[in-house]
Design a binder for this molecule. Structure first.
Ligand code: ZN
Length: 174
């Protein structure tokens, strides 16, 4: 699995929208670890690592020593970080993403009812929402309703063919 895939998947073990947390239960956590081919390790530490990483990815300014260890192997190819347990593997992947400059592509959707983690593959790292067709549009509708409390939904302000004007022609009220 890609480094970013492993980190994103750990961040999404907390599902804000569904109100579920795979780390609440030893069984669901064991299943997650088996699917990702890592040893379960310490579940409470996994939760702490997830909490901190989610906060940082969401833009928190927390920083400082975390007291976590990442194993390395030394070989002909140099020094490589890796991990056997979930926490070690995720931290190793996070180190890798930091080194390659891709850490900042990890993001959390800003929608309060979503907070889904995703990897921004756009060239300039400009993606904001997890699914533009879903969360982005819902936010747009919410903003519209906040500005226009009496309207149920956005209305089309210009209609085709009215008094022969083009659809994009601005009506100035003359
Ligand atoms: Zn979202």
């Amino acid at each position: 699995m890609d480094a970013h895939g492993l980190v994103v998947d750990l961040l999404n073990t907390l599902d804000v929208e569904a109100g579920t947390d795979l780390l609440d239960d030893a069984g669901t956590w064991a299943t997650w670890c088996a699917e990702h081919q890592v040893a379960t390790g310490n579940r409470m530490q996994a939760r702490l690592v997830r909490t901190r990483l989610r906060a940082v990815v969401a833009g928190a300014t927390w920083s400082g020593p975390a007291g976590w260890t990442v194993p390395v192997t030394v070989g002909p190819e140099g020094v490589v970080v890796h991990g056997r347990s979930a926490v070690e593997a995720v931290l190793a992947a996070a180190v890798q993403l930091t080194v390659t400059g891709d850490w900042r592509r990890l993001k959390l959707c800003p929608a309060d009812d979503c907070r889904h983690a995703f990897y921004d593959r756009s060239r300039n790292r400009t993606r904001i929402w997890c699914e533009m067709s879903d969360c982005g549009n819902r936010a747009k509708v919410r903003r519209y309703r906040a500005r226009h409390p009496l309207s149920a939904a956005p209305r089309r302000l210009h209609t085709n063919g009215r008094s022969g004007a083009g659809a994009d022609q601005v009506v100035t009220g003359t």
